[in-house]
Design a protein around this ligand. Structure first.
Ligand SMILES: C[S@@+](CC[C@H](N)C(=O)[O-])C[C@H]1O[C@@H](n2cnc3c(N)ncnc32)[C@H](O)[C@@H]1O
Length: 260
C-alpha cells in the first residue's frame, strides 16, 4: 500500500511544495493541470508509509491524504518537457521527474551544454522518469541509468521507447554502489559523463562509487543541492574533482565537477 498527498495550489507555490516533498522523502511527485483553472495545479505526492504522508500533509493548507495503488494513480498523465531536440513526452507515474523541478531544469541545461554526444557514454544516477537519460540520448549519447526505485526503472524504460531512444538507453534497478563491482570496474574505463540529480545524502553515500564508475578525466554533473552549504558538502564528497562550473535556480545549485 502507498499513500498520496493531494494538494491544490497556485503555480507559484509548486517549487516550494515539491522541494518540501523531496526533503520529506516522498517516492515521487506528479502535477495535473486543469485548463479550466489556469494558474493553479494539483500536485500529488507519493509516500510509502501513512505516517510520513500525514506529517507532510499536516504542513500544507488543504492537503488531503488518500490510499493509492501506485500502478494507477498518475500513469495516464503525460508530462511534456521542452528540449533542444523537441518535446520529450514523459509518463510520470510514481517516479520523480516531470521536468518542472528546478533541479531537473538545471540538469537538462547542463546536458544541452555537453553538445552532440557522438557515441559518448553517459550514466544517469537516479533516473526517475528517465527525463535526463532521454534528453542525453536525443543528443547522441549512449545512456545507462540507474534508480533504486523499481517503478522508476520501468517508467524510464517505457519513456525511452515512447521517445524513440529505447535502443540507445538501458536502465537498471540498483544504486551506484551495487554497480561498482570489481569485475565491472576491471572491464570498463568508465563513463564519459555522469549526471546525478539526487539528494545530498545520496551524493555523500554514493560519491565514491559514482567516481569509480566515471572515466578519470570525465565530468560529473552534480545537482539536487540546496544552498551553498550542500554544494560544499558535495565538493568534499567527490574529493578528487573540483567545481569547474556552477549554475543555480533560486536556492538550487548544480555543479560540474571536473578532474583538476
Ligand atoms: C530528484 S530525483 C531525480 C529524477 C530525474 N533524474 C530528474 O532529474 O528529474 C532522484 C532520484 O534518485 C533516486 N535515488 C535515490 N537514492 C538513490 C540511490 N542510492 N541510487 C540510485 N538512485 C537513487 C530516487 O528514487 C529518485 O528517482
Amino acid at each position: 500500500m502507498s499513500w498520496i498527498v493531494r494538494v491544490l495550489t497556485e503555480d507559484s507555490n509548486l517549487d516550494s511544495i515539491t522541494t518540501a516533498a523531496i526533503m520529506a522523502d516522498c517516492t515521487g511527485c506528479a502535477e495535473v493541470t486543469d485548463p479550466a483553472a489556469p494558474g493553479s495545479v494539483t500536485l500529488m505526492v507519493g509516500f510509502d508509509r501513512r505516517p510520513e504522508a500525514d506529517d507532510f500533509a499536516a504542513g500544507i493548507d488543504g492537503a488531503t491524504v488518500e490510499a493509492a495503488d501506485p500502478s494507477s494513480w498518475t500513469r495516464n498523465e503525460i508530462a511534456e518537457v521542452a528540449h533542444s531536440s523537441g518535446i520529450l513526452e514523459l509518463e510520470v507515474g510514481t517516479a520523480f521527474g516531470h521536468g518542472g523541478h528546478a533541479t531537473t531544469g538545471l540538469a537538462l541545461a547542463a546536458i544541452e551544454r555537453l553538445g552532440v554526444g557522438e557515441g559518448r557514454t553517459l550514466f544517469d544516477v537516479g533516473c526517475g522518469t528517465g527525463v535526463l537519460s532521454i534528453a542525453a540520448a536525443r543528443q547522441g549519447f549512449i545512456v545507462s541509468g540507474c534508480d533504486i526505485d523499481p517503478d522508476a526503472v520501468a517508467i524510464s524504460t517505457r519513456n525511452a521507447d515512447r521517445n524513440a531512444v529505447g535502443e540507445q538507453t538501458s536502465f537498471v534497478c540498483a544504486s551506484p554502489s551495487q554497480l561498482a563491482t570489481p569485475a565491472w570496474l576491471m572491464r570498463s574505463t568508465g563513463f564519459d559523463v555522469v549526471v546525478a540529480n539526487t539528494l545530498i545524502g545520496v551524493h555523500e553515500a554514493e560519491a565514491h562509487a559514482i567516481s569509480s564508475l566515471t572515466a578519470s578525466t570525465a565530468p560529473i554533473v552534480v545537482t539536487g543541492l540546496q544552498g551553498q552549504h550542500q554544494l560544499e558538502r558535495a565538493v568534499s564528497a567527490y574529493e578528487s574533482r573540483i567545481a569547474s562550473k556552477v549554475t543555480s535556480d533560486g536556492d538550487w545549485i548544480l555543479a560540474v565537477l571536473s578532474a583538476p
